[in-house]
Ligand binder design. Structure first.
Ligand SMILES: N[C@@H](CCC(=O)N[C@@H](CS)C(=O)NCC(=O)O)C(=O)O
Length: 214
Protein backbone atom coordinates (compact mmCIF):
# COMPACT_ATOMS: atom_id res chain seq x y z
CA UNK A 1 0.00 0.00 0.00
CA UNK A 2 1.35 3.41 -0.93
CA UNK A 3 1.07 6.30 1.47
CA UNK A 4 -0.60 8.58 -1.06
CA UNK A 5 -3.91 10.14 -0.09
CA UNK A 6 -6.31 10.96 -2.90
CA UNK A 7 -9.54 12.78 -2.13
CA UNK A 8 -12.44 12.70 -4.57
CA UNK A 9 -14.85 15.57 -4.03
CA UNK A 10 -17.72 17.43 -5.67
CA UNK A 11 -17.99 21.07 -6.72
CA UNK A 12 -16.46 23.24 -4.03
CA UNK A 13 -19.23 25.81 -4.35
CA UNK A 14 -21.98 23.30 -3.71
CA UNK A 15 -20.75 20.13 -1.99
CA UNK A 16 -20.98 20.48 1.78
CA UNK A 17 -19.90 16.92 2.60
CA UNK A 18 -16.90 17.31 0.30
CA UNK A 19 -15.98 20.51 2.11
CA UNK A 20 -15.91 18.62 5.41
CA UNK A 21 -13.67 15.89 3.95
CA UNK A 22 -11.31 18.40 2.38
CA UNK A 23 -11.08 20.60 5.50
CA UNK A 24 -10.23 17.48 7.49
CA UNK A 25 -7.37 16.57 5.15
CA UNK A 26 -6.12 20.14 5.14
CA UNK A 27 -6.27 20.46 8.92
CA UNK A 28 -4.18 17.40 9.71
CA UNK A 29 -1.55 18.53 7.23
CA UNK A 30 -1.73 15.39 5.09
CA UNK A 31 -0.22 15.66 1.66
CA UNK A 32 -3.04 14.72 -0.70
CA UNK A 33 -4.15 15.01 -4.28
CA UNK A 34 -7.72 15.91 -5.12
CA UNK A 35 -10.09 15.30 -7.98
CA UNK A 36 -13.14 17.54 -8.28
CA UNK A 37 -16.07 15.83 -9.99
CA UNK A 38 -18.92 18.16 -11.02
CA UNK A 39 -22.13 16.84 -9.44
CA UNK A 40 -25.62 16.39 -10.88
CA UNK A 41 -24.53 16.01 -14.49
CA UNK A 42 -25.30 13.13 -16.82
CA UNK A 43 -21.72 11.90 -16.59
CA UNK A 44 -21.25 12.33 -12.80
CA UNK A 45 -21.98 8.71 -11.83
CA UNK A 46 -19.77 7.27 -14.56
CA UNK A 47 -16.87 9.56 -13.64
CA UNK A 48 -17.20 8.60 -9.97
CA UNK A 49 -17.37 4.93 -10.94
CA UNK A 50 -14.19 5.26 -12.97
CA UNK A 51 -12.38 6.72 -9.95
CA UNK A 52 -13.36 4.21 -7.25
CA UNK A 53 -15.66 1.32 -6.39
CA UNK A 54 -17.26 3.28 -3.53
CA UNK A 55 -20.95 4.24 -3.72
CA UNK A 56 -21.39 7.14 -6.17
CA UNK A 57 -21.21 9.88 -3.56
CA UNK A 58 -18.54 12.31 -2.43
CA UNK A 59 -16.26 12.68 -0.58
CA UNK A 60 -14.27 9.50 -1.09
CA UNK A 61 -10.77 9.17 0.33
CA UNK A 62 -8.42 6.69 -1.30
CA UNK A 63 -5.41 5.65 0.75
CA UNK A 64 -3.55 2.92 -1.08
CA UNK A 65 -6.02 0.03 -1.32
CA UNK A 66 -8.34 1.53 1.27
CA UNK A 67 -11.49 3.44 0.41
CA UNK A 68 -13.18 5.67 2.98
CA UNK A 69 -16.42 6.96 1.51
CA UNK A 70 -18.06 9.10 4.15
CA UNK A 71 -17.09 12.43 5.67
CA UNK A 72 -17.38 11.29 9.29
CA UNK A 73 -15.46 8.10 8.55
CA UNK A 74 -12.75 10.29 6.95
CA UNK A 75 -12.49 12.30 10.18
CA UNK A 76 -12.09 9.13 12.24
CA UNK A 77 -9.64 7.59 9.78
CA UNK A 78 -7.47 10.71 9.62
CA UNK A 79 -7.58 11.04 13.41
CA UNK A 80 -6.09 7.54 13.61
CA UNK A 81 -3.42 8.58 11.11
CA UNK A 82 -2.73 11.93 12.82
CA UNK A 83 -3.72 11.51 16.50
CA UNK A 84 -1.91 14.68 17.56
CA UNK A 85 -3.39 16.93 14.90
CA UNK A 86 -6.10 18.37 17.17
CA UNK A 87 -8.82 17.05 14.87
CA UNK A 88 -10.59 15.88 18.02
CA UNK A 89 -9.91 17.74 21.29
CA UNK A 90 -7.18 16.19 23.47
CA UNK A 91 -9.39 16.17 26.57
CA UNK A 92 -11.59 13.05 26.72
CA UNK A 93 -14.71 14.84 28.05
CA UNK A 94 -14.47 17.42 25.28
CA UNK A 95 -13.76 14.71 22.72
CA UNK A 96 -16.89 12.77 23.70
CA UNK A 97 -19.08 15.87 23.23
CA UNK A 98 -17.29 16.84 20.02
CA UNK A 99 -18.02 13.40 18.56
CA UNK A 100 -21.70 13.69 19.52
CA UNK A 101 -21.96 17.08 17.84
CA UNK A 102 -20.39 15.87 14.60
CA UNK A 103 -22.67 12.81 14.66
CA UNK A 104 -25.67 15.09 15.25
CA UNK A 105 -24.64 17.29 12.31
CA UNK A 106 -24.16 14.20 10.18
CA UNK A 107 -27.55 12.68 10.96
CA UNK A 108 -29.86 15.66 11.52
CA UNK A 109 -30.68 19.16 10.26
CA UNK A 110 -32.81 18.05 7.31
CA UNK A 111 -34.51 21.44 7.16
CA UNK A 112 -31.39 23.51 6.66
CA UNK A 113 -30.08 20.99 4.14
CA UNK A 114 -33.21 20.97 2.04
CA UNK A 115 -34.28 24.62 2.32
CA UNK A 116 -30.80 26.14 2.06
CA UNK A 117 -28.60 24.03 -0.25
CA UNK A 118 -24.95 24.99 0.02
CA UNK A 119 -24.02 27.68 -2.46
CA UNK A 120 -20.95 29.51 -1.23
CA UNK A 121 -21.10 32.37 -3.73
CA UNK A 122 -24.91 32.65 -3.59
CA UNK A 123 -26.77 35.40 -1.69
CA UNK A 124 -30.54 35.43 -1.26
CA UNK A 125 -32.55 36.87 1.59
CA UNK A 126 -35.34 34.60 2.80
CA UNK A 127 -37.87 34.66 5.61
CA UNK A 128 -37.09 31.44 7.48
CA UNK A 129 -40.07 29.15 8.07
CA UNK A 130 -40.66 27.60 11.51
CA UNK A 131 -39.38 24.32 10.01
CA UNK A 132 -36.06 25.97 9.12
CA UNK A 133 -35.95 27.95 12.38
CA UNK A 134 -36.15 24.75 14.45
CA UNK A 135 -32.83 23.66 12.93
CA UNK A 136 -31.29 27.12 13.21
CA UNK A 137 -32.34 27.38 16.85
CA UNK A 138 -30.71 24.05 17.68
CA UNK A 139 -27.55 25.22 15.90
CA UNK A 140 -27.57 28.47 17.86
CA UNK A 141 -28.03 26.52 21.08
CA UNK A 142 -25.05 24.26 20.31
CA UNK A 143 -22.81 27.17 19.33
CA UNK A 144 -23.79 29.31 22.34
CA UNK A 145 -23.24 26.49 24.84
CA UNK A 146 -19.85 25.55 23.37
CA UNK A 147 -18.60 29.12 23.09
CA UNK A 148 -19.65 29.92 26.63
CA UNK A 149 -18.00 26.80 28.01
CA UNK A 150 -14.79 26.90 25.99
CA UNK A 151 -14.46 30.67 25.45
CA UNK A 152 -13.97 30.53 21.67
CA UNK A 153 -12.93 31.62 19.21
CA UNK A 154 -13.90 28.11 18.01
CA UNK A 155 -16.46 25.76 19.54
CA UNK A 156 -13.91 23.88 21.64
CA UNK A 157 -11.46 26.78 21.87
CA UNK A 158 -9.11 25.55 19.17
CA UNK A 159 -10.37 24.79 15.63
CA UNK A 160 -11.33 21.09 15.39
CA UNK A 161 -13.59 18.63 13.57
CA UNK A 162 -16.73 20.21 15.05
CA UNK A 163 -15.94 23.56 13.39
CA UNK A 164 -15.24 21.66 10.19
CA UNK A 165 -18.63 19.97 10.40
CA UNK A 166 -20.42 23.27 11.04
CA UNK A 167 -18.45 25.27 8.43
CA UNK A 168 -21.00 24.57 5.63
CA UNK A 169 -23.76 25.73 8.02
CA UNK A 170 -21.87 28.99 8.48
CA UNK A 171 -21.68 29.51 4.72
CA UNK A 172 -25.38 28.63 4.35
CA UNK A 173 -26.34 31.25 6.96
CA UNK A 174 -24.23 33.77 5.05
CA UNK A 175 -25.95 32.76 1.80
CA UNK A 176 -29.39 33.59 3.24
CA UNK A 177 -27.98 36.70 4.97
CA UNK A 178 -29.26 35.40 8.33
CA UNK A 179 -28.64 37.72 11.28
CA UNK A 180 -26.54 35.57 13.63
CA UNK A 181 -26.39 38.28 16.31
CA UNK A 182 -23.74 37.62 18.92
CA UNK A 183 -22.80 34.38 17.16
CA UNK A 184 -21.52 36.36 14.18
CA UNK A 185 -18.03 36.48 15.72
CA UNK A 186 -17.97 32.67 15.62
CA UNK A 187 -19.09 32.70 11.98
CA UNK A 188 -16.37 35.24 11.20
CA UNK A 189 -13.74 33.09 12.92
CA UNK A 190 -14.76 30.09 10.79
CA UNK A 191 -14.92 32.08 7.54
CA UNK A 192 -11.51 33.62 8.14
CA UNK A 193 -9.80 30.33 9.00
CA UNK A 194 -7.17 29.84 6.24
CA UNK A 195 -8.48 26.39 5.23
CA UNK A 196 -12.08 27.56 5.02
CA UNK A 197 -11.02 30.68 3.10
CA UNK A 198 -9.06 28.59 0.62
CA UNK A 199 -12.03 26.25 0.02
CA UNK A 200 -14.45 29.17 -0.37
CA UNK A 201 -12.13 31.02 -2.75
CA UNK A 202 -11.82 27.89 -4.89
CA UNK A 203 -15.62 27.42 -4.83
CA UNK A 204 -16.26 31.01 -5.85
CA UNK A 205 -13.88 30.56 -8.76
CA UNK A 206 -15.75 27.58 -10.20
CA UNK A 207 -17.92 28.12 -13.25
CA UNK A 208 -20.28 25.12 -12.92
CA UNK A 209 -23.89 26.00 -12.12
CA UNK A 210 -26.28 23.59 -10.39
CA UNK A 211 -29.64 25.24 -11.01
CA UNK A 212 -31.43 23.38 -8.20
CA UNK A 213 -29.03 24.90 -5.66
CA UNK A 214 -29.25 28.47 -6.97
N1 LIG B 1 -23.18 10.92 4.41
C1 LIG B 1 -22.35 11.18 3.33
C2 LIG B 1 -23.11 12.11 2.40
C3 LIG B 1 -22.45 12.23 1.08
C4 LIG B 1 -23.32 12.99 0.08
O1 LIG B 1 -24.56 12.96 0.13
N2 LIG B 1 -22.65 13.71 -0.83
C5 LIG B 1 -23.35 14.44 -1.89
C6 LIG B 1 -22.63 15.73 -2.22
S1 LIG B 1 -22.56 16.88 -0.91
C7 LIG B 1 -23.34 13.63 -3.16
O2 LIG B 1 -22.41 12.87 -3.39
N3 LIG B 1 -24.32 13.83 -3.99
C8 LIG B 1 -24.36 13.23 -5.28
C9 LIG B 1 -25.51 12.32 -5.44
O3 LIG B 1 -26.28 12.15 -4.50
O4 LIG B 1 -25.64 11.79 -6.55
C10 LIG B 1 -21.04 11.80 3.84
O5 LIG B 1 -21.03 12.29 4.95
O6 LIG B 1 -20.01 11.76 3.15
Amino acid sequence: MTNQYHLIIGNKNYSSWSMRGWLTMDMVGAKFTETVVPLFRDDTASILKSLSTAPARVPVLKHGDRLIWDSLAIVEYMYEQYPRSGLWPMDQDKRATARCLCAEMHSSFAAIRSVVPMNIRGRRTITPSSYLMSDINRIKEIWSECLEKHEGPFLFGEYCAVDIFFAPVVTRLRTIEFDCGELQSYCDAVLSHPSVKKWCDDGEGESWIIESSE
